[in-house]
Design a protein around this ligand. Structure first.
Ligand SMILES: C[S@@+](CC[C@H](N)C(=O)[O-])C[C@H]1O[C@@H](n2cnc3c(N)ncnc32)[C@H](O)[C@@H]1O
Length: 274
């Protein structure tokens, strides 16, 4: 993908500014990196899906639990796909509480988000933001922003939190997950959280609402569709289950808690073969 000019970040004064998913997400997490247009859009979202804030916080609860677990396992480098803005206890902040020199490559396909994230991270050593489509795993893994920050010969924690439902093609989503999982060194981890409509028909209203100019209608998948994604890999904790309820010690959430709207899994690469 073409690289991003810092001027592509749009400010409060720009009347053409459309709402931006990463800024809306930041707003729901209680951050300060959002504009009036995002807050207005959030009012429209809340009208069709009053639980949107809880979903955003659910994704964040999952990624926080996973990063804590990986840090405890000694993992000190991370690749976050569909990273949004690095605000509100994001991956590098959380990991650096345990590993002060933790290294993080963030990846986002939205140009404004990348420009904004790069400004927020200016001067931060060991952290980079790549402009790329997370679905193109080979390109992400080969990118200089990733190669310069991460040592792929050592374990890496890869987070795909709240992003694969924007990869609409099923085969492409599976292929991406497996390519990341297979390309990493033994000891690496891969975490996925994904919107699911099982037990949550209200999510259909969000998936089909007018997304204000973003091309971001999510593809809702059922747990049964995602279950084979990591066949052959060792699953950590409860395996697939309600993402906000994921715990490394294996508290098994059970199928009835798909009511969280978020389905997730954590896998570990145990050997050179999977
Ligand atoms: C829900 S937000 C941020 C979630 C973030 N992972 C977190 O936990 O805070 C999703 C982000 O994914 C980005 N995104 C959507 N589809 C993408 C894709 N195919 N590749 C890379 N980024 C994508 C959006 O631009 C947005 O910033």
């Amino acid at each position: 993908m073409n690289d991003v000019d810092p001027a592509e970040e749009i400010g409060e004064d720009d009347e053409e500014t459309p709402p931006n998913m990463a800024r809306v997400f930041d707003m729901y997490l209680g951050g300060s990196e959002h504009l009036e247009v995002d807050r207005e859009f959030a009012v429209e979202v809340d009208a069709v899906l009053p639980g949107m804030g809880a979903l955003c916080r659910g994704h964040r609860r999952f990624s926080a639990a996973v990063v804590d677990h990986w840090c405890a396992e000694g993992i000190d480098q991370f690749l976050e796909l569909g990273s949004g803005l690095p605000t509100v206890d994001h991956v590098h902040t959380r990991a650096r509480r345990v590993h002060p020199r933790a290294r993080v490559a963030y990846v986002d396909r939205d140009r404004r988000t990348v420009a904004h994230a790069r400004r927020l991270l200016a001067g931060e050593d060991g952290v980079a933001v790549l402009h790329a489509d997370a679905g193109d795993a080979a390109a992400v893994l080969a990118a200089p922003e990733v190669r310069d920050v991460l040592d792929l010969a050592r374990p890496v924690g890869v987070l795909a939190v709240g992003v694969l439902h924007y990869v609409h093609d099923d085969a492409a989503a599976v292929e991406a997950v497996r390519t990341y999982a297979a390309a990493l060194a033994p000891g690496s981890g891969l975490a996925v959280s994904h919107l699911t409509s099982a037990a949550r028909p209200d999510l259909h209203a969000w998936a089909t609402m007018n997304h204000g100019g973003w091309s971001y209608a999510p593809r809702l998948r059922d747990p049964e569709d995602m279950a084979p994604w990591l066949d052959g890999f060792a699953l950590v904790g409860p395996g697939w289950g309600s993402a906000p309820d994921w715990r490394a010690d294996g508290t098994v959430p059970g199928a009835d808690v798909t009511g969280s709207g978020l389905w997730g899994v954590v896998a570990r690469r145990t050997s050179a073969r999977g």
